[in-house]
Design a protein around this ligand. Structure first.
Ligand code: BT5
Length: 256
């Protein structure tokens, strides 16, 4: 085997995934798929979860790509009821990010809104898409870098659980994430206006100096002073406080 080559990896197994997800979920495993979000949206059946052992055209936000090699990542999309009134829907992506940090353990933190980070490197990306079916559904797409070697990561800002010293079996992790998603969305449905208190405790962005790249090639800099109950980030800028509902955050200085 050449130096740095990826180790042989066991494929995911439909029955094992179904067993850890539990009977209320209908697991659909694809050996290869373009995008699990696209598949889930094409036929948005409540409590279906589409998993790809190798996702070949993973979608990020704003038409960006999510790139993972065969057998090394966990890529799946779960179809949920929106669980809350429309005014709270923007918070659902943050709830999903929070659930993943809980499933991973205390070492994972959230870069606003929902990038799951280990230190300053991204280990998981989440894409939540609403489907205007009757009734409406929400598709929560999660990509976790589990076993990639450094050579297999697409960008220098990425890491994997194995590289960061937290190796885990993909099937076990899938069960843990599904359980925490269900619990966190359930808690959120009961008390949507207090969820952000929990979120703050998992944030790597609160009290940090950041640059936020906004749509249309604009950016702003400032210190993150809070998140409001609707998941928006409050940024203290030289021109005064600014409340943002979207944007790409870059942490410009280490915490402290
Ligand atoms: C995201 O977008 O982080 C959302 C990614 C969601 C992926 C899941 S996988 C299952 C489901 N099915 C899909 O088709 N999608 C979802 P964004 O914040 O736009 O980040 C994308 C950017 O992250 C890219 O432009 C790269 O710079 C970087 N990137 C791409 N692949 C990565 C990886 N594996 N790990 C870390 N960073 C990556």
């Amino acid at each position: 085997m050449p130096v740095n080559a990826a180790p042989p990896r066991a494929p995911l197994d439909q029955l094992a995934l179904q067993a850890v997800a539990g009977p209320q979920w209908q697991v659909r495993l694809y050996a290869e798929a373009d995008s699990t979000n696209a598949l889930a949206i094409a036929d948005p059946v409540r409590h279906r979860v589409v998993v790809a052992d190798h996702q070949q055209a993973g979608r990020g936000r704003l038409d960006r790509e999510w790139v993972t090699p065969p057998g090394a990542a966990l890529t799946f999309s779960a179809v949920f009821d929106p669980v809350v009134d429309t005014e709270w829907w923007p918070v659902v992506p943050l709830v999903a990010g929070y659930a993943v940090t809980r499933a991973l353990g205390g070492f994972a933190r959230l870069k606003w809104p929902n990038d799951v980070m280990i230190g300053e490197q991204k280990v998981c990306g989440i894409l939540v898409e609403r489907v205007n079916s009757r009734p409406p559904m929400v598709v929560i797409g999660i990509g976790i870098n589990v076993d990639q070697t450094a050579d297999e990561l697409p960008v220098p800002t990425a890491t994997s659980l194995a590289l960061a010293g937290h190796p885990v079996d993909r099937t076990v992790l899938f069960g843990d994430v599904m359980r925490h998603l269900r619990v966190s969305l359930g808690e959120f449905a009961q008390h949507p206006n207090t969820f952000m208190n929990q979120y703050r405790g998992s944030s790597a962005t609160l009290d940090r100096d950041v640059r936020v790249d906004l749509p249309g090639d604009r950016s702003v800099e400032g210190r993150v002073s809070d998140f409001d109950d609707h998941g928006r980030m409050v940024l203290e800028t030289p021109e005064g406080p600014l409340t943002l509902s979207a944007g790409d955050v870059v942490h410009v200085r280490p915490p402290g």
